[in-house]
Design a protein around this ligand. Structure first.
Ligand code: ARG
Ligand code: ZN
Length: 884
């Protein structure tokens, strides 16, 4: 165990900074052996600070300090002191200029935080606390400063030199050196600083803002990727227009740059006017990128662009407020994607992510509210809770206020706080002030962790012609929070009769929000137990509950099979219709588990099979919906529902059920497959994506028949596809089958794409996710493949991440070898890239969910990790909390 444990930081300890930085001037001399950073900070005491004689304390990590001076006078060693991440200088004037020189070795920086090198280019990642790896600074988001940045580097190696804001000077110096100077007029926190220097090609376009300003749009990539930028550029222009139309937000500079880098810990970063992207989130073309990849590019480009207002113009006061910018921005990007494509499909995808990854986080050892009240390492809090649950919380405000008042609220928020660093409370207050709607109780969503549970029951009174819903809410305890106050939960409902939705009339109209046609209501659930009585109900209805997934909760209602079938066949709400299919699927899987345990055959209920048959013949429903409804609940979702989790039992039951469906409906799956074939030119639009999704769903079932005909179909699709979606789907099914051709397919795939790293990542991932036995050995073998590189996060995620996080049966091998493998990799990565190490560790931390035999093996690997004396704060926090 490490001797000094990293300390915990508390929201309740927040105080305003003692100093402010009016301007920041940075000079970077970038070199091969080392790089020199010279910063000049115009500092003054903060008039709002509690103490007016506190020493100046700056953040700095792993820095080599070259010199330090105040108002031009060099400080000697006795005038400053250093401890941990703090550099202290006592007795400073009320206002002064601090000049500081640090020497860095970006080429050795494997953490990919601060200034580092990726494929020969210099780049930066400063959020959350990476700027302190560049120079000593007040590295906190409530210190905002105007930046001027001078970059000096070899012209032939680094022809492109970029930073935030406007280019104000370029100059050629002696000896093949050149220099650029950038100035960003908008004060910003250090986490939004960025610098790029490298040999980059550029794709250019323009956007005319609503007020008539022309903005230069540039995407910088490696020369060989110039043909993969069109989709990102189109997405950027669509996002810029959408933010004007939907939020009235215009872009505020004359230039907007995107740079693609190979080595990046996350998806992308919203640095002011200089967004830096993981190549996987910007490059796309049909031959190399799947439909899901195209959609990810569109979503991430929009997300980072939207941060220009929700994040940059209005930023976070401290990192406990991270969801202020992330939750809101995810909500904005998901509404954008929904407007660009299929709203129901987007909603189902978002809900699926939430109900698997986020619900699991909320039920695990790292559970935290969307506004946490403490952390050890902020990098560990870039979570599905902060992002996705945060987005759901903003969505609930949107539901409670309605679109017009929500827009009034967001206008007020941006107006009131432009140029400020604020809190989640400021956001809620703006929404309240603009709408007049009381969100007092709603605020519990910001402070309480855990997934609330709604138990709903319904009774029909034929005599009185009423239908009564009784709604009970509860929330399980989470680390540090045993008692929870009741939440304010918007519960969207409809009542479905024989001929469709019934008109709704509550006997006690307790401030509920009505839909225009009066057949859908949003119930304000606020108490532990509440009763809603609907009048004039002439038949016993089937309730359609939590329509559109109106709140991030688990809902129980004791539906009969017949009721679920009615919802699956006819609910007008796409989410509920899909969810009914999933609930039916869940019932069948549970029956299959019981059957297999008793040594019996798995045979699905005939009504369920008929409903699937109908779906396969339904050409009026969106093909993407058909595909989603035919896919059984994932193993990850099942692991959230069935406790304790018997990974192997669940897997075998689900596969047996899939095979039974494939057998019963083989003609229908074949016909569906043929119907979905098409030779039109590829486009990543909703209609085509839907058709490919259904076609590949059909193929995945056919492949379970394990017959020559299906294998031939997959081989043909693999060989003849002109797009990666179909090609990769076919490869995936072949790899998971008994087809002799699979080795050849994998080899040819590699040979064809070895010069495209993003395609090779998909090749790693397909193999890492193979459900067949022996996959761990394959993964271990691939780790010494020349294309694998443990320093590249995309490769680590594709191989190790996919194996441990998305291949339940193999990761949970009964001999514990999967767990041991993960612990070994975490210990290795802990030294080079702590952020990636701690993220990778997550599957082990969920040990409490599994069978006792698995629990023990998982725990002993966690103990082994905890025993490493040199654990980073990232890994330490996750491993220690998971064992508490
Ligand atoms: N703010 C970035 C985004 O939009 C995420 C960057 C976080 N980086 C990190 N190293 N934790 O979502
Ligand atoms: Zn973000």
């Amino acid at each position: 165990m490490r001797d000094a444990q990293p300390s915990t930081i508390f929201l309740s300890d927040y105080s305003v900074p003692d100093f402010l930085i009016d301007s920041t001037t940075l000079r970077f001399e970038l070199g091969e052996a080392s790089s020199l950073v010279c910063s000049v900070l115009a500092l003054r005491r903060n008039p709002d600070a509690a103490s007016q004689d506190a020493p100046l304390q700056l953040h700095g990590t792993e820095l080599e300090l070259v010199s330090l001076s105040i108002d031009g006078r060099q400080l000697d060693d006795s005038e400053w002191s250093q401890s941990g991440e703090q550099l202290s200088i006592a007795n400073v004037p009320a206002s002064f200029s601090l000049c500081c020189e640090t020497r860095l070795r970006p080429q050795d920086n494997t953490s990919l935080e601060g200034l580092y090198k990726s494929s020969g280019m210099f780049c930066t990642q400063c959020e959350a606390e990476g700027f302190r790896k560049i120079t000593y600074y007040l590295d906190r988001p409530d210190v905002m400063s105007v930046f001027t940045v001078e970059i000096i580097a070899d012209q032939s190696r680094y022809p492109v030199l970029l930073s935030n804001g406007n280019l104000i000077e370029t100059e050629s110096l002696a000896d093949g050196i050149h220099k650029t100077v950038w100035h960003d007029p908008f004060p910003k926190p250090a986490y939004l600083f960025a610098l790029v220097a490298g040999k980059l090609a550029v794709v250019e376009d323009q956007f005319l803002t609503t007020s008539g300003r022309s903005v230069d749009l540039k995407i910088y990539v490696d020369e060989k990727d110039l043909d993969k930028c069109d989709h990102a550029m189109l997405s950027l222009k669509n996002a810029m227009r959408w933010d004007e139309d939907v939020y009235g937000r215009e872009y505020d500079l004359d230039i907007f740059n995107i740079v693609a880098v190979d080595d990046f810990n996350m998806g992308a970063m919203e640095n002011k006017s200089l967004n830096i992207f993981n190549t996987s989130c910007v490059l796309a073309k049909q031959e190399t990128t799947t439909d899901a990849g195209f959609q990810r590019v569109e979503g991430v480009v929009a997300h980072e662009y939207f941060h220009n207002w929700s994040g940059n113009r209005v930023t976070c006061r401290d990192w406990f407020q991270l969801s202020l910018k992330e939750g809101f921005t995810v909500f904005r990007d998901s509404e954008f994607s929904s407007d660009m494509g299929s709203p129901t499909v987007k909603r189902v995808e978002d809900v699926t992510l939430l109900r698997t990854a986020q619900f699991a986080e909320d039920a695990g050892p790292m559970a935290h509210p969307i506004r946490p009240d403490s952390f050890i390492e902020i990098s560990n809090f870039y979570t599905v809770t902060i992002y996705e649950k945060g987005s759901e919380v903003v969505r609930m405000i949107h539901t409670l206020l309605g679109p017009e008042l929500f827009r009034k609220g967001s206008d007020l928020y941006f107006d009131r706080h432009d140029g400020q660093a604020v809190t989640c409370e400021d956001f809620v207050l703006a929404m309240e002030d603009a709408s007049g709607i009381d969100l007092k109780q709603f605020r519990h969503w910001y402070s309480q962790a855990g997934t609330p549970r709604l138990h709903v029951s319904g009774t029909y009174d034929e005599q009185a012609q009423t239908y009564t819903l009784v709604v009970k809410q509860s929330c399980p305890s989470t680390p540090g929070q045993t008692e929870k106050a009741p939440f304010h939960i918007p519960l969207a409902v409809a009542l479905i009769g024989e001929a469709g939705q019934l008109a709704l009339q509550l006997t006690d109209a307790a401030a509920n929000i009505e839909s225009p046609d009066n057949t859908e209501l949003v119930l304000n659930v606020t108490e532990p137990e509440q009763r809603f009585v609907f009048a004039n109900i002439k038949e016993e209805p089937v309730p359609s509950l939590l329509r559109g997934f109106s709140a991030p909760v688990k809902l129980d209602f004791d539906y009969s099979g017949a009721q679920l079938l009615r919802l699956m066949r006819s609910d007008s709400d796409g989410f509920c219709r899909w969810d009914a299919s999933q609930q039916l699927g869940l019932v069948e899987i549970k029956r299959a588990i019981t059957a297999l345990a008793a040594g019996q055959q798995v045979s699905p209920d005939s009504e369920y099979v008929s409903a699937c048959r109908e779906l396969l013949a339904n050409t009026s429903l969106d093909a993407a919906m058909v595909a989603l409804m035919l896919q059984l609940p994932s193993e990850a979702y099942l692991a959230e529902i069935i406790h304790p989790v018997d990974v192997h039992g669940i897997h075998h039951a689900r596969e047996a059920l899939r095979k039974a469906l494939a057998t019963a409906l083989s003609d229908e799956f074949s016909a569906c497959y043929s119907r979905c074939e098409s030779d039109e030119a590829y486009a990543p639009d909703a209609a085509q994506i839907a058709r490919r999704s259904l076609k590949n769903t059909a193929l995945s079932y056919l492949m379970l028949l394990d017959d020559a005909q299906s294998i031939a179909l997959a081989v043909r699709q693999y060989e003849s596809s002109s797009n990666m979606t179909d090609r990769l789907a076919a490869l995936t099914y072949l790899v998971n089958s008994t087809a002799a051709y699979k080795a050849e397919a994998l080899l040819r795939f590699y040979q064809q794409w070895q010069h495209e790293p993003l395609v090779i990542n998909q090749w790693f991932q397909v193999q890492a996710m193979c459900r067949l036995p022996g996959t761990l050995e394959v993964v271990q073998g691939l780790m010494s493949h020349p294309a694998f590189d443990i320093r590249n996060p995309n490769k680590v995620r594709a191989l190790i991440g996919a194996f441990c996080g998305q291949n339940g049966v193999n990761f949970h091998r009964e001999d514990g070898a999967g767990y041991r493998f993960l612990a070994d990799q975490v210990l290795l990565l802990n030294r080079s890239n702590p952020q990636i190490a701690s993220r990778l560790l997550v599957p082990l931390t969920k040990w409490r969910k599994y069978l006792p035999s698995a629990q023990q093996l998982m725990c002993s690997e966690l103990q082994r990790v905890l025993a490493d004396p040199e654990l980073s704060s990232d890994v330490y926090e996750v491993v220690s909390k998971s064992l508490q």
